[in-house]
Design a protein around this ligand. Structure first.
Ligand code: GDG
Length: 459
């Protein structure tokens, strides 16, 4: 078996249950192959510190974790400036929020080159390298420049926008050409794959060999849609755990006479939170029977607070939640409970299960795992209803949710009302179909399908 080498900006200890995401998804494959996980060190050192570029090596069972120290100036420009100041907004269709700065792009290249220089000596000829997300798009090109011949795959966790949006990025040609250094590029959805295809044929004049194979820059690129899933059994077990049950009991007691709606998001402008609150206002205005009977618990976990746009969205949300509570609330009822805080992971399934409706209404999202978690946490005898944005990658799979356009305030409010009154039989049928999809395309399916395709893709 080839050794798996995972590369991502940050890494987590795969032995820790709270690690989540990639650690859960790839922990087994990493451990089974005695794998290596490489990324930036959590300690960002001051500029001029001679330790820049130093490696820290840790063992986590059979997995080796290697992190590289990056100096503050470069890390800020690479991470906050370019990855989260340009790529995140543009890839979520928010050109208005992108802040282009040539210095940030240079640092992005430099940090990718540093990663490549430090990783390359650790590689073995037979390794399979899997690079994750928008922080590291040019990594394979840097590795190839150092002579790496190994199989290298890339997975983009966020959406890929249409060609004319991508083309607004100065040096987009360089960025997209860098993808050709990978043997396989994985995207979350068919929509993203269509955008890649049309970018490559219109902007890069690539030869389209088939719907998944493209030729340009003397290389062949394979690409596919590999929608990421959950570790369903682990999440179901978390739902049965003590913390989740306690949370469920507390919620049931506190809201005995009310229906709960829930939203759980990182506080990010892509998640459509202001639009969601406006839909709640419309619901309360148009359907007075929902007053006193429904409460939205909105968790907005703090995220990237050093980026300006995140401060703006936070202030906007606080204003909206305060105004709705002020206008509609009463001594014994508030329509919105807004928490700007991270809630412990083991309590979240209890909150999902206590809620009659989940509002997952991003303006654009690569996949959105909250939608899937909510479905898994439900009691199948009396499940809640998922209201899901059609602009989340998950909407391609979860067609039995109530799909909404989050920009359409009235339409979203109406879907929430419909969710609140949906008969048990319909809720059960929808839930059964949603759960079957989520189980079939779980995280193990995702990693296996991607890695199998990567092995096939290599010449
Ligand atoms: C990116 C893409 C893609 C949220 N609040 C708390 C908390 N969470 C957990 C949720 C869920 C995770 O964070 C969020 O995952 P999402 O998939 O919804 O979104 P992103 O963080 O934007 O992730 C996304 C994903 O990558 C995977 O490829 O689906 O499209 O944007 O698991 O439960 N967890 C805890 N406390 C919170 O307050 N513990």
């Amino acid at each position: 078996m080839s050794r798996l080498v995972l590369v991502s900006n940050r890494l987590a200890d795969p032995r820790k249950p709270a690690a989540g995401g990639l650690a859960v998804a790839l922990g087994d494959a990493l451990a089974a192959s005695g794998g290596l996980w490489f990324g930036a060190d959590h300690e960002v050192i001051e500029d001029g510190d001679p330790r820049a570029g130093e490696l820290r090596v840790q063992r986590a069972g059979r997995v080796t974790l290697v992190t590289v120290k990056v100096a503050r100036g470069d890390y800020e420009r690479y991470y906050r400036g370019y990855a989260n100041g340009v790529l995140w907004p543009v890839f979520h269709y928010r050109l208005d929020l992108a802040q282009f700065d040539a210095g940030h792009m240079d640092a992005y290249r430099r940090v990718n080159r540093l990663f490549a220089q430090k990783l390359q000596p650790l590689l073995q000829p037979d390794d399979v390298i899997w690079v994750h997300d928008y922080h590291l798009i040019p990594l394979a090109a840097e590795l190839r420049a150092l002579g790496c011949q190994q199989r290298i795959g890339f997975f983009l966790h966020i959406p890929l926008p249409p060609p004319l949006i991508l083309a607004a990025i100065p040096a987009h040609e360089w960025l997209m050409q860098a993808l050709f250094a990978y043997d396989l590029v994985g995207l979350q959805s068919e929509a993203d794959l269509n955008h890649l295809r049309s970018y490559l044929s219109s902007e890069a004049r690539a030869e389209v060999f088939s719907s998944h194979r493209f030729g340009a820059f003397n290389r062949v690129l394979r690409a596919g849609a590999f929608p990421i899933g959950l570790d369903v059994d682990a999440f179901a077990a978390l739902t049965q755990g003590a913390a989740a049950r306690k949370t469920l009991a507390t919620m049931r007691e506190q809201y005995a006479h009310r229906r709960l709606l829930v939203g759980v998001d990182r506080l990010d402008y892509s998640k459509g939170l202001p639009q969601r609150l406006r839909a709640i206002r419309t619901l309360l205005e148009r359907h007075p029977e929902t007053r006193y009977s429904a409460t939205l618990i909105q968790i907005a976990a703090p995220s990237r607070e050093e980026v300006d746009a995140y401060g703006d969205i936070r202030r906007e949300l606080e204003g909206l939640a305060g105004a709705i509570n002020g206008d509609f609330g009463d001594l014994d009822w508030m329509p919105i409970r807004y928490l700007h805080r991270t809630v412990a992971r083991n309590r979240i399934p209890g909150l999902y299960r206590a809620s009659a409706v989940a509002l997952v209404t991003p303006l654009r999202d690569g996949m959105n795992l909250v939608a899937k978690e909510y479905v898994v946490a439900q009691d199948s005898a009396d499940p809640g209803v998922l209201v899901l944005s059609r602009f989340a990658g998950a909407a391609e799979q979860l067609t039995d949710a109530l799909l909404v356009n989050p920009y359409d305030t009235e339409g979203t409010a109406e879907a929430i009302r419909r969710a609140l009154v949906m008969p048990l039989e319909e809720r059960r049928q929808r839930h059964e179909r949603l759960l079957a999809k989520i189980r079939r395309y779980d995280v193990h399916w995702w990693s296996k399908t991607f890695l199998d395709s990567l092995l096939e893709a290599h010449p």
